[in-house]
Design a protein around this ligand. Structure first.
Ligand SMILES: Cc1ncc(COP(=O)(O)O)c(C=O)c1O
Length: 402
């Protein structure tokens, strides 16, 4: 990038490089899926240490990892790892804004979407302004609301497992933030464009809607970025941790009106790894990557669903890389039994203690899942040795969490 380019990016540089000179407010811990998954793993697994050898279907990771192009780009840039490389930041910002057709000052780049999720909650809730969210949903927003000592109104999902936007809009006239995870984690279910449009038109005045699109590329859900373009009170989150397979590399975006994004800056401006920036860029310019991976993951998911159906297991159809199975007994029992086979499935939520979340892995991993799951389900419930898991569902705290 030339000096001219830098000058022409001066509005970007002012906002993103000198984003909040003055106050950084107390944030509390930023929790990620890795924290929640690891905490649950410690409840049921005899192996507290992380090992790469087992089959891990518990953290909604993408076993395909970064794309070939992203790997090459990272290998090429490694010798420059001693640099902060701000031009890369501007290039990524420009590219992503162009692709999403929003102005560059409507995008902020982060190392993943956990930080902007946490900061958005802190920015818009308070002891007198609640967080409204689905139930069950991804826990990070609620944990951030706890940091802010804000009330949480957890609204059960609708019968079709979408967010019940009408109940959410009514949940609290003093709502500060309404969190919609679309597709939802853990159910992998969709909230329709019509419902999100309705929510934005009918939410309590002053409430901001946070649409977490971590899994959107895996599904046919419509993005809410159109509402950002329309100047609505909405922040959209995207991550490279899911379809792009970059959970360990780190990159994500917050997309919103500049006045909304500016509030997030008060809580911190985490630096970007150059590997994350260059791999994100290489992923975004690859037109085949998203459709190819969407199909691979859908094929594996549908194969697993066909098997579950054929074996009379009850599950919630999902459009994402995770789904819920009703194991008709406390979820940790099945998780603990499967962990003995080295197959680590995901946690249960307190709203649905008899369901477990399973991440879609490689076909070979799902084949191992089938064998281990059937074996665990065939184990009589009363034969279960409860000395192993602690029966704490949805409140998992590991040494990392506490
Ligand atoms: C719904 C949802 N939002 C956000 C995140 C944050 O992911 P990351 O910080 O890796 O971008 C996750 C991770 O699993 C998630 O499931």
């Amino acid at each position: 990038m030339t000096a001219h380019d830098l000058t022409s990016c001066s509005s970007i540089s002012r906002r993103n490089f000198l984003r909040s000179a003055s106050v950084v407010l107390a944030t509390g811990p930023i929790l990620t899926e890795a924290h929640f998954a690891y905490a649950a793993r410690l409840e049921t697994s005899a192996v507290p240490e992380f090992s790469m050898n087992g089959i891990y279907l518990d953290a909604n990771e993408n076993p395909l990892g970064p794309s070939e192009n992203a790997r090459k780009a990272m290998a090429n840039i490694l010798p420059n790892g001693g640099r902060y490389a701000p031009p890369l930041y501007f290039e990524l910002l420009k590219l992503s804004a162009e692709q999403m057709a929003v102005p560059t000052d409507h995008v902020a780049v982060y190392p993943g979407s956990s930080a902007p999720l946490h900061y958005t909650v802190l920015s818009f809730v308070s002891p007198s302004k609640s967080l409204v969210c689905g139930n069950p949903t991804y826990e990070a927003a609620q944990r951030a609301a706890e940091v802010a000592k804000a009330p949480v109104r957890a609204v059960p999902l609708a019968k079709d497992y979408s967010h019940d936007v009408r109940a959410m809009a009514k949940a609290d006239p003093n709502a500060g933030l309404i969190y919609i995870c679309n597709p939802n984690n853990p159910t992998g279910t969709i909230t329709t464009k019509e419902d999100i449009d309705w929510l934005l038109a009918n939410k309590p005045p002053g409430a901001v809607v946070l649409i977490d699109e971590a899994y959107i590329h895996l599904s046919d859900a419509a993005s809410a970025i159109a509402h950002v373009k329309a100047g609505k009170d909405v922040v959209v989150l995207r991550t490279f941790s899911k379809i792009y397979g970059m959970a360990g590399i780190r990159c994500g975006f917050a997309i919103g009106r500049p006045d909304l994004l500016k509030k997030l800056d008060n809580y911190g401006q985490p630096g970007m790894p150059i590997t994350g920036m260059i791999a994100a860029q290489a992923s975004l310019i690859d037109p085949d990557l998203v459709p190819m991976r969407k199909k691979i993951i859908a094929d594996t998911r549908n194969d697993t669903f066909a098997w579950l159906k054929a074996n009379d297991y009850s599950f919630i159809p999902s459009q994402s890389n995770c789904f819920m199975i009703d194991v008709k007994r406390p979820g940790p029992q099945i998780r603990a039994l499967m962990a003995q086979d080295g197959v680590h499935i995901g946690r249960s939520w307190s709203a649905w203690p008899n369901y477990v979340r399973v991440t879609v892995g490689l076909q070979s991993e799902m084949d191992a899942f089938k064998t281990s799951f059937k074996k665990a389900m065939d184990t009589p419930a009363n034969a279960f040795n409860d000395a192993n898991p602690k029966e704490r569902v949805g409140t998992a705290r590991s040494p990392i969490l506490s």
